[in-house]
Design a protein around this ligand. Sequence first.
Ligand code: DAH
Length: 382
Amino acid sequence: MHCELTVTLTYTAHKLTDYSSGTLITAESEAKTAFDEDWKSIETGTPIEELRVRWLGRENGIVNKQLPDLWLKSASKKERPEVGKAINRLKAYVQDHFASGEDLEPGAREIVRAFQAVDISLPGIRRPIGAEHPVLRASRDMCAVFQRMGYSIAEGPVVETDYYNFEALNFPPNHPARDTQDTLFIAGQNSKPQRERLLLRTHTSPVQIRTMEKLPPPIRIVIPGVVHRNDPPDASHSPMFHQIEGLAVDTNITFGDLKGTLDHAMKEFFGSNVKTSFRPSFFPFTEPSAELFISCIICGGSGKRDSDPCRPCKQTGWIEILGCGMVDPNVFEFVKDNGYDPKKVSGFAFGMGADRIAMLKYGVDDLQLFFHGDVRFLEQWA
Ligand code: DAH
């Protein structure tokens, strides 16, 4: 015959009348005795889960919630350590019982063992693995193209001085070219000399100078990093974006090396069908300077998508992808002492937007999507 036993669990935790050591010892031993009785009642049918919730439950368990609330909260700073220790002893005492069960008769011991066992028939907990952000993936892929050509990675600070961001890149003080960069300045710098004033770097080009100060020629580096400009956000602008800078300096670097290197990089990154076109431009730190266009990877250079106009290339069939040029001798003058004598070395440099190449490569038409953190968008790269 099946017989159900009902066991009443009687102990309830109380506030302490005072915090003398005698009161504390009595209260601790009362709680212990109460637990011993409850624990024994497994033998007479109390469900072990009920005991776990009663003593160890997070919401209202005696040792995890009730005692800390009733004993600890109103204790003075001086009394707290002793009260805390008493509660911790009780907690360890209770936990040890759930971990062993040896003091119980064999049937009840089995119940404790079964309670501890892992149920391997349950599904595991799936922990989603994050995915690399598409902008960082594009940046890393582009850097990898250059690494395969023997380039190393260099990095530099995001908070930069006027000297590295402008002066040593041949932007003289008050030169109008500074205005093209919509710089965000750090406040409260006006008492410092201009070259020491801090700003958020507007491009990764300052790392050219920082690296040449540290490493003598020859060098070949690519520099991925975050930059900031005072641009309101829209589908193609963001006050924070990413660039990849490149610099090669040696004794006989020519514009032909620049063209060959960048043509190869664009074909590696976007596909071997891509054509490149260099057009004259101006940057203070390169002479001559150029902009590199690639044939539109959306319309294949036709300017049309079926019978519609192709928007990314504005129907021209070409897309501007980066700025580049031969390092201006004036720039070498700033690092001359480290072996960059403009009469002996020459080099080329380039800088591109990592967000932009990610948009083109992955067919994303709104830059803001990269920064909104919408998982439905981002998980496409998982
Ligand atoms: N720093 C430039 C910008 O942010 C891009 C650039 C142009 C970098 C020409 C270069 C370069 O290294 O040679 O607008």
